[in-house]
Design a protein around this ligand. Structure first.
Ligand code: NAD
Length: 305
């Protein structure tokens, strides 16, 4: 199977590399990132997809997906399957699927979970929406980049599933960082707290697989100066997608939307969107002056205090 791969950033590069290592013939293109070793560099997006059986995209968001669709669809042959692994709004997926169908291309939305570690190890969870027949055809290829491949339903269902997953992840990360910051102020040894939390009811993917403190727990972006990883701007994007999805069904996920507000301040007001989403730990450790959330939530002293 000949594969075209567009979007060779933090996630796309290791995914494309894994495909090439498994003897797939991969042509790649990115508007900014370099082409990793083993991938044949293409001079443009449409050049990367022309004549390929399968096309992967791993782009920042829905705007880029729509732009790419405009560029590549006229160059994709009938019968091509397009697997979009980006996280985008549900409508961007369903609309692109409709446009693709008009050209005889089958579009599957296939967002992933597992971060750069999962992308490098080929153990991503892949949540796929779209026709079952196309899913069955690409499943062996998806198994090269993922450890758990789940058919979630019709096109768009992959994005819906991913949105719900990240609605759990964001507040879990903020709560994990808050717990460590509180523990620090209470004078606890943070490695001892980790030992307890990682085996107790407070554990989560954020504490155990992506520990937000350097030198403690699993190796993560915290051990590399909080370089993304999963950029905070992308987490904010996912939370905005969740907000949009929730509003469409008249539902308000209150705690998760508090986490969205936290990331909005972190990204838009503090300009830290390029740092990893676990870098909120730095803010919380830095003290009151840089922690908008804490200032806002601080209990005023009662006269008798
Ligand atoms: P990234 O910003 O590192 O990579 C995206 C790449 O797409 C960039 O290199 C960019 O130059 C490229 N790009 C943009 N427009 C393009 C175009 N028209 N043609 C070709 N390339 C183009 O982002 P990432 O961290 O790799 O994430 C990619 C997607 O995966 C996002 O939708 C994100 O929400 C999702 N995701 C990321 C993670 C993570 O841990 N990083 C985890 C799960 C899901």
């Amino acid at each position: 199977m000949k594969i075209g791969f567009l979007g060779l950033g933090n996630m796309g590069a290791p995914m494309a590399t894994n495909l090439a290592r498994n003897n797939y013939d991969v042509r790649g293109f990115d508007i900014a990132a370099p082409c990793p070793a083993g991938i044949v560099p293409a001079p443009s997006g449409h050049n990367a997809v022309g004549g390929q059986d399968l096309v992967f995209t791993m782009l920042p968001g829905g705007r880029e997906l729509r732009q790419v669709a405009e560029d590549i669809l006229p160059h994709m042959g009938t019968g091509t399957i397009w697997v979009d692994c980006s996280t985008v709004e549900i409508e961007a997926a369903t609309e692109t699927a409709r446009r693709a169908a008009k050209r005889g291309v089958t579009f599957l939305d296939a967002p992933v979970s597992g971060g750069i570690t999962g992308a490098r190890a080929g153990t991503l969870t892949i949540m796929v929406g779209g026709p079952a027949a196309a899913f069955s055809r690409v499943r062996p290829v998806l198994e090269v980049v993922g450890g758990r491949i789940v058919h979630c339903g019709k096109v768009g269902a992959g994005q819906s599933t991913k949105i719900c997953n990240n609605l759990i992840l964001a507040p879990a990360m903020v709560a994990t960082c808050e717990a460590f910051a509180l523990a620090d102020r209470l004078g606890l040894d943070l490695s001892i707290l980790f030992e307890v939390v990682s085996k107790s009811s407070g554990y989560s993917w954020s504490s155990n697989a992506y520990t937000p403190l350097p030198g403690i727990g699993t190796e993560s972006p915290a051990d590399h100066g909080y370089q993304a990883g999963f950029a905070a701007r992308l987490m904010l994007k996912d939370l905005l997608l969740a907000e949009q999805a929730a509003e469409s069904v008249n539902f308000w996920p209150e705690v998760s939307m508090a986490a969205k507000e936290y990331y909005r301040r972190f990204v838009e007001e503090k300009g830290k969107g390029e740092l990893d989403f676990s870098a909120v730990m730095l803010e919380l450790m830095a003290g009151n002056e840089s922690n908008g959330c804490r200032e806002q939530n601080q209990r005023p002293l009662a006269p008798t205090d």
